[in-house]
Design a protein around this ligand. Structure first.
Ligand code: DAH
Length: 340
């Protein structure tokens, strides 16, 4: 019996070493120490033994039971530790790893970028910003700017009227009237804003678009000042190599008036399909402010001279970024903005 007991003990301890899971451990425990276990079976035979044999076997069996219980307990806690450490390793957070998606960043609309570039170039020339309302009086949008009610040039701009006297401004030029009527000259202003015209939206038309007006009022101004100002911001926005030229034109609020062309940003002036072979692209209107406008706004045209220009920011943004559909500027589609 003693031999048997020693064998059971040895055998169990040896098997214990190879055990890796709690289930295997439970199985071994039941097999040896359980109600029908090998050791229990030996203890059951003790009733048939002599008292001396019983004492001897009892001692050996107890010691084997203790030793095995302790060894199984130890194994149990080392398995638990192993499981815990594997789990911890798996769950460990490496704070030095880069993020999976990164922080999504917004993008500025090209209208904002282009406006800021022009504005900043003009601020460098001593301009400050000025703004007016989008809902405007007919008087400021047209009449004060030398476009009386019966003036044919009113038809050039299809207007959203709110009532007989109020409308959605068709250009930023009414802000010229507001500035002339309220500010103390001399001043130099850059005036950005949304403007509205009755137009079916298509690739080159939008009923809402963005303009920027420039207005300089001083005692002594010449056409050369206007030309220099325009050339400065054209170069700031399109690059040093881009040239500008003025072409005679007509606007009721300026006399003389001119249209500004820049050398084609696609072919550099050689002539291509984008500039219809001319080498030039039209970007804005400008001129020496008509004395009627200055007078309509309460200043003496003999004392004060002014020049002005009005630029379509949408057109400049499309030229600069090669955008072929103006509607993209107003859709707020992040996939479009990301490409710029
Ligand atoms: N207001 C004109 C337009 O919307 C643009 C313009 C042309 C503004 C000449 C000016 C200017 O100040 O001098 O078409």
């Amino acid at each position: 019996m003693l031999d048997e007991l020693a064998k059971i003990r040895e055998n169990a301890l040896a098997r214990l070493k190879g055990i890796k899971t709690e289930e295997e451990l439970d199985a071994l425990n039941t097999e040896i120490l359980g109600r029908n276990g090998a050791l229990t079976a030996i203890l059951r035979t003790m009733g048939k033994l002599s008292p001396e044999e019983r004492a001897e076997l009892g001692k050996a069996a107890n010691s084997a039971k203790q030793a095995l219980t302790a060894a199984i307990g130890e194994r149990r806690s080392s398995i638990a530790e192993l499981i815990e450490s594997v789990k911890n390793e798996r769950e460990r957070i490496d704070v030095t790893l880069p993020g999976i998606t990164g922080t999504p960043m917004g993008k500025l609309n090209p209208l904002t970028t282009v406006y800021r570039e022009i504005r900043d170039a003009l601020i460098g020339l001593g301009f400050t910003t000025f703004e007016g309302p989008e809902i405007e009086y007919d008087d400021y949008n047209f009449t004060k700017l030398n476009l009386p009610l019966d003036h044919p040039a009113r038809d050039m701009q299809d207007t959203f009227y709110i009532d007989e006297k109020t409308l959605l401004r068709t250009h930023t030029s009414p802000c010229e009237a507001r500035a002339l009527m309220t500010l103390e000259p001399p001043f130099r202003l850059v005036i950005p804003g949304r403007v509205f015209r009755v137009d079916e939206p298509d690739a080159s038309h939008s009923p809402v678009f963005m303009q920027m007006e420039g207005l300089v009022v001083d005692k002594d101004l010449t056409f050369a000042d206007l030309k220099g100002t325009i050339d400065t911001f054209v170069k700031a926005v399109f690059g040093e190599n881009v040239r500008s030229r003025l072409r005679p034109s007509f606007f009721p609020f300026t006399e003389p008036s001119a249209e500004v062309d820049i050398s084609c940003t696609i072919c550099g002036g050689e002539g291509c399909s984008s500039c219809k072979g001319t080498g030039w692209m039209e970007i804005m209107g400008c001129g020496i402010t008509n004395p009627h406008e200055i007078e309509n706004c309460g200043l003496d045209p003999k004392e004060w001279k002014a020049f002005a220009f009005g630029i379509g920011i949408d057109r400049v943004a499309c030229l600069k970024y090669g955008i072929n559909d103006i509607r993209l500027l107003y859709e707020g589609d992040a996939r479009f903005l990301k490409q710029l």
